[in-house]
Ligand binder design. Sequence first.
Ligand code: GAR
Length: 190
Amino acid sequence: MKSIVILASGNGSNFEAIVKKFREWKLEIEIKALITDNREAYAIKRAKKLSVPVILLDYSSFTSRADYNAALLSQLTELSPTLIVLAGYMKILPPEIVRKFEGRIVNIHPSLLPAFPGLRAIERAYKNGVKYTGITIHYVDEGVDTGKIIEQRCIRIRENEKLSHLERRIHRLEHYYYPRILKNLLTNHV
Ligand code: GAR
């Protein structure tokens, strides 16, 4: 059976949208686990509510980045999912993980890449005064938000729109498209 593992560091709203949609669509795809690097992540509460197993690799309890990366690599190797889904995972995956799972790691980013890679993309786009922004779903390579683009969706920033309102619209787009794109990848391409 095909399967996914979802990595999230924070709120977990994309994680929840994916789990709920996959269940609603009755997909024959196993959601093996939520992996998080942050013991405070709200995503953990969502996973418990949804009965998705949680693997906590609490970053603050590792003595080095290398140790954390080794633990993550070992978990991913053991779970061996068809796709690794990054959903608000805020660490850079190390080259050994990217190479091992090449073409099987997908990320969502809240801007029209290559514009505004990295952190706080919605806010930076907003403050920059761009007229259009959106979301990008892409494969993960060794760079920061540089992998091959799978899909983008664009929205126009409205006259006098508040940042919080724009954020809500971006998240709605993410929650709508990410599950659909993943379903398409899993049923047609991997
Ligand atoms: C989402 O907007 C996602 O696109 C972004 O973090 C947010 C996580 O929200 N990811 C990045 O910025 C990655 N560079 P969530 O935890 O509620 O799903």
